[in-house]
Design a protein around this ligand. Sequence first.
Ligand code: CP3
Length: 341
Amino acid sequence: MIKNDLFLKALKGETVERPPVWMMRQAGRYLPDFMKLKEKYDFFTRCRTPELATEITVMPIHQVGTDAAILFSDILVIPQAMNIEVEMKPGVGPWLPNPIRTAKDVDNVIVPDIDETLGYVMDAIKLTKQELNNEVPLIGFAGSPWTILCYAVQGQGSKNFDIAKKFCFTNPVAAHQLLQKITDTTIAYLKAKVAAGVDAVQIFDSWGGMLSPVDYQEFSWKYIQQIIDALKDEIPVIAFGKGCWFALHEMANSGASALGVDWTLSARNARYLSGGRITLQGNFDPARLYSPPAEIKKMVTQMINEFGKDQYIVNLGHGILPDIPVENAKAFVDAVKEYKT
Ligand code: CP3
């Protein structure tokens, strides 16, 4: 049904003529047309207006030529729907005026009705599917419960999320209650996304690597596994954990269709740690897109040779940086399209 089905084939582990390519955070950030919309509409207006979210989602498909689209939205629409106020401050990033700090704060967090609170996301998915006209698949996403807790408790971005960790280690009962509420909300949210038409979902555990391997199991992976269990029979699930190489073995046995890896491990190590049977996605250092286009192309070819063309989705190891020249992003994508075995 979808004309370019390379991405879906790779998720199933099928043989392909070349691997598919997309870039984390490809919708927005570095595209000049996005910057123009950014001047006119604030962040959550862009998320909540289906026409704008659709326009931004399809930009990289037309302008850079990726093999999959990812819906323009944010992982922080989940805490918003759960009664936790979230603002996006220009130049600062996420800002939560009333962060969660006590068991009582956790009691005030709700597991919302998804249609009522996040119906605008489903409207954006339906409109985007129409606009994409089955050219490429559409990815839906959510943050991992741990990564959402990081923002909900810390109240803003952080280098080490010390306040979030302190909350978990001094008040584990409340922390687990919060994680479970986020998990329940996320499962209902992703199921609604599937019903609205997304073709795959990705869970972003951007801050999983802040935890020790033991704490990762307790505060992050356990909840991601619940989400995978609830979704995997309906739709392919990609689990991306930044800095979570130590958990790849467990992640490979989770029922996820693919695992995202960052650039701090070699293809060989990623294949070894994940057992060699699951599709991997990654892992170009986003800062390497500052290199000249010719060098980017050489490095991408090398990366595909190392991962192998099958059971592989070419991507960055984390989100694209805001000041990457469009021609460099294009060189990254073109190198994959020109790949010959
Ligand atoms: O491809 C896409 O960009 C799709 C949409 C998308 C956004 N955020 C839009 C956005 C996606 C997939 C995300 C995920 C997200 N959001 C993550 C996980 C991925 C990652 O990068 O680790 C996280 C941790 C967030 C939280 C968040 N939202 C932060 C830390 C920031 C500020 C800094 C920044 O630019 O990333 C945001 C704001 C945000 N989300 C912007 C965009 C395009 C920039 C602000 C703006 O456009 O006004």
